[in-house]
Design a protein around this ligand. Sequence first.
Ligand code: ATP
Ligand code: MG
Ligand code: FE
Length: 334
Amino acid sequence: IVILGIETSCDETSAAVLVNGTDLRSHIISSQIVTHQRYGGVVPEIASREHSLHIQPVVQEALDSAKVSFSDLSAIAVTYGPGLVGSLLVGVSGAKAMAYAAGIPLIGINHLEGHIYANFLHNPDLEFPFLALLVSGGHTHLIFFEAHGQYQVLGHTRDDAAGEALDKVARTLGLGYPGGPQIQKVALDGDAQAFKFPRAMLEKDSLDFSFSGMKSAVLNTLNSARMRGETLNVPDLAASFQQAVVDVLVWKALRAIDQTGAKTLVLAGGVAANSLLRETLNKELSERSVRFVYPPPLFCTDNGAMIAITGYYHYLAGDFSPWTLNAVPGLGLV
Ligand code: ATP
Ligand code: MG
Ligand code: FE
């Protein structure tokens, strides 16, 4: 079974060829980070234009380096949501055209499921049930997975996503875009105890998150220092905020493990690349004998391989999409 996976939901044009669910024959990621950096964030109009320029060469390069042609493919899997509508449309229309021309099935993939399924690439033995902590640029979810495609959302953010909060704080600190990796880098030279930022835990048993107030606490600290004519130590601010975000994520994940009795925690999404988060979870989970699974950093942020592997499991289930498949920018997890 040979699956071509295509991802264009935000600012990465990516394609991958995956054979039998484990053999990643090629993986091409064309990132627009440099293009959007000067604006401090993704500009949707520019993103979709860039995708239309890159989708065909990126797909061709993925096929070429995998040494396959369209006639070797079993199906084409593509992200149809959530994401930026113009970006998603480029991927969906491109995949439709290619699959139709090649006479093979089209498989629409939920980008959030894709982030979680990225874990099956390097851990094909991953067993259900498991608890997933999805921490990305736009989402922060705790999800209990019972089987393929069968899951329950236990908690989610009520305002900002963890990645979004890191990006906004980074921008205010003048660290540039994307902010998460910058915060991680700068925090290495900072003291995580220097500033006491709040940890929003919400109601006693809640598995929801709230990062907006935590983000505002950093901005308020900066503004009042500015009014006093003081300058604050940026590495200390970055380290203290990163610590606060990680503390909340780890605390909520442990609470969800207690509530569900889950024996495995799966980490996913761009923020899953964060080394403090990985190290802290690794320590806490090994103390509790809970298996901890997470993707290599390249497979945490947006990539085509995660779409290909999700497509592979849909293919096995005979779960294909109609030619009327459309982009759904606000697609969630049911
Ligand atoms: P979504 O998947 O929710 O639609 P997205 O696709 O934009 O959003 P991802 O690509 O999953 O998000 O992740 C990007 C986010 O991950 C950004 O907020 C970025 O700052 C964050 N991120 C990436 N690397 C790191 C890191 N090492 N530490 C912390 N955050 C990181
Ligand atoms: Mg991106
Ligand atoms: Fe993503």
